[in-house]
Design a protein around this ligand. Structure first.
Ligand SMILES: [Zn+2]
Length: 100
């Protein structure tokens, strides 16, 4: 079984809020040898993002995903208050650089 961390960008079609969700995706096979994916968030199984997400800002279910890494090429879409991604050196200053 293989585990992959994935960070997917979402956009709300109602209020245009943009955010990212981090997932742990477990790839494996079921007993019949069929490929199987389990999406986890915070250790809890969740529906795959292709089945939609709920906007944390307005609660709308009309959300779309961007290709992975899209926001890295479009940093202007991320509001400055976005929390810093998990840091590999959390004991040092986790304070993100201000973008403005
Ligand atoms: Zn929204």
């Amino acid at each position: 079984m293989e585990e992959v961390h994935r960070k997917l960008p979402f956009e709300c079609r109602r209020c245009w809020h943009v955010w990212e969700e981090e997932y742990l995706v477990r790839y494996g096979e079921d007993r019949h040898g069929n490929e199987r994916q389990v999406w986890l968030r915070g250790g809890v199984p969740v529906p795959p993002p292709s089945e939609g997400a709920i906007c944390p800002s307005c609660g709308s279910q009309h959300c779309t995903t961007f290709p992975e890494g899209y926001l890295r090429r479009h940093p202007e879409l991320i509001p400055p208050a976005e929390p810093a991604p998990p840091d590999e050196t959390p004991l040092l200053s986790p304070v993100p650089k201000r973008l403005y």
